[in-house]
Ligand binder design. Sequence first.
Ligand code: NDP
Length: 446
Amino acid sequence: MASKVAPKAATGPLNPKTVHREFFGFPGSVVIIATTTIVLYTWNFSCNVKDGCELPLTAERWAHIFAGAMNYQNYLSLEAFKYYVMWWTWLAALYFIIPATNIQGVVLRDGQRLSYLMNGFSSLLVTTLVTLAVYMKAGTEPFLWIADHFFELAVASWIFATSLALFVYIYSFRHSYVERPGKPTVMLGLAGNSGNPVYDFFIGRELNPRIGSLDVKVFCELRPGIMGWILLNVCFAIKQYKDQGSVSVSMWLAIVPQIWYCIETLIFEDKVLTTMDVTTDGFGWMLSFGDLTWVPFMYTVQARYLSFTPVTLSTPYAAFLAGMATCSYLVFRLSNNEKNAFRTNPNDPKVQHLKYITTESGSRLLISGWWGAARHINYTGDWMLGLAQCLATGMNTPMTYFFSGYFLVLLVHRNYRDEHKCHEKYKKDWDKYCEIVPYMFIPYVI
Ligand code: NDP
């Protein structure tokens, strides 16, 4: 559903041809698709109950991974695919069935605002109740099945995510992308209209593909992957309990912050509508794979490892990690809340005392509070929170630090993308902001 609320914001064609291709265009897209898929395989065949958890640094280990990958009948499973589709369909059904609040998205280039059904948190509650009912009826078996068939499910999600990206790419051609009076037009992502099919498929051609009133992008961003992330963590904890007799402190430290992070993402579901993913990026393989496969199946490496490796932490170290996670979370949450409050209503008493500069575009930029300390202090809090979860796995293998390493690259890259965007938008006002707040991530350091 869409409503016209303002005249078209920008002059010129609605869907200009993409000139600047992100991620090095066609070759970059191919490399990223191949590399992320190889990483998914590598982390499975190098870190599992049979082989232990070792970085593949020898030809022998790589031969082992290659042999595992070739033995596809061991992980291509119709049963896993069926369960994955059931999971997706269940959450899509809840999206339509559960009472929802209707929230308007940001004003789009053509002056329209799309409405979004917000019932993610209630969907999580219903799913949790159903999960409890499954536990009462069938015990731990279904959860252990998920933990044991983790990789079959990951591959099933990869196939699903890739098919979905292909579908939305083809679907984006249903209407013209050139405006013609009285004819429907498809709104494309500014980066996804290059005309190169591989690159456009990868980066996302259409900005907001919708099947009926199901917004595919916002649904995938928040439901199957985020809730799958919670479910997988729970399954690995159950697996550890079954095999090791208890859920260890290290497991709690690895999964509780992650589960809370997912829950609060669903509580503050509408915040996703102003993120770069939703306002700027089209929906293609990058987001489909990222949301559906990468997040749940790669971000749970810590819990997966702990499910088959006992790790004992000293009490002071465990307390330190709990403190680190709490402080990092507060930096992440309070800084994001501060900006959101300021952007929503600068006269809100919570942010009224903060200093800001008014830019030529009319927008204001905070120069005190969290946003006066560093330009992306919210990323720092988020990253440190992830690091605390990885540290809970001990120091036996670098493989469980995957989340921290990858997240660092993602956030640094995202920082540069965002700074580039802000520089284009605010020009000399952004330079002024950078002069007043010279640090990107950590005050007085960097
Ligand atoms: P941010 O919340 O950092 O927002 C950046 C935008 O805020 C800018 O484009 C600008 O937009 C505005 N802004 C910048 N500086 C100021 C200022 N001084 N005063 C007011 N507004 C300002 O963007 P993200 O969407 O990247 O991140 C949101 C959160 O999500 C972060 O905490 C991040 O860590 C997290 N995240 C998590 C991921 C995960 O996989 N777990 C992935 C990506 C992000 P404008 O001025 O145009 O309004």
